[in-house]
Unconditional design. Structure first.
Length: 166
């Protein structure tokens, strides 16, 4: 009774996602790549990075770290799966300019450093530095509330809120 009255229930109704990079937050539709812009991999946002540091957007586990270190998958403690794909056509760099600070299977907290990258190098060698942050299993969850057209600070600024129930 008191839990309901004072909102002390431990059941979370939403997942809060913080910015994995510092920079300008854009709608996923603004990514100049149809796979992301048309939400073929899922809904989300994109960030135009100001620095080359990627942190975890949630508490969870690293479920995939691409051998080229340009992309990483995180599964939150609530089961939300998030793909962070640094830049466009960065897979072609074969890991050059990227350094991983975590391994697959590692537990992480929101704000923990995942990947660092040479922003100037990526700017010169890749199609774009815009970084999609995609909810790859969004069909298992409810509405996605996005904070768009803001400047986000990695590890602190909330950029998405996802309803855990449909």
């Amino acid at each position: 009774m008191l839990k309901k009255l004072f909102g002390l229930s431990k059941t979370k109704k939403e997942e809060l996602v913080v910015a994995p990079l510092t920079g300008a937050v854009k709608n996923i539709e603004e990514v100049p790549d149809p796979v992301f812009a048309q939400r073929m991999m899922g809904d989300g946002i994109a960030i135009v990075p100001e620095e080359g540091v990627v942190v975890s957007p949630v508490d969870g586990e690293v479920v995939q770290l691409f051998h080229t270190k340009h992309a990483i998958g995180i599964k939150s403690s609530n089961g939300l799966e998030i793909l962070i794909h640094v830049g466009l056509e960065t897979v072609n760099l074969n890991g050059e300019g990227f350094e991983a600070h975590v391994a697959t299977g590692q537990q992480v907290k929101a704000g923990d450093k995942l990947i660092t990258f040479d922003l100037a190098f990526i700017s010169e060698k890749a199609k774009s530095t815009i970084t999609p942050i995609v909810i790859t299993n969004g069909d298992a969850f409810g509405a996605v509330d996005k904070s768009l057209d803001i400047r986000a600070e990695k590890g602190t600024t909330q950029v998405m809120k996802i309803a855990l129930e449909k």
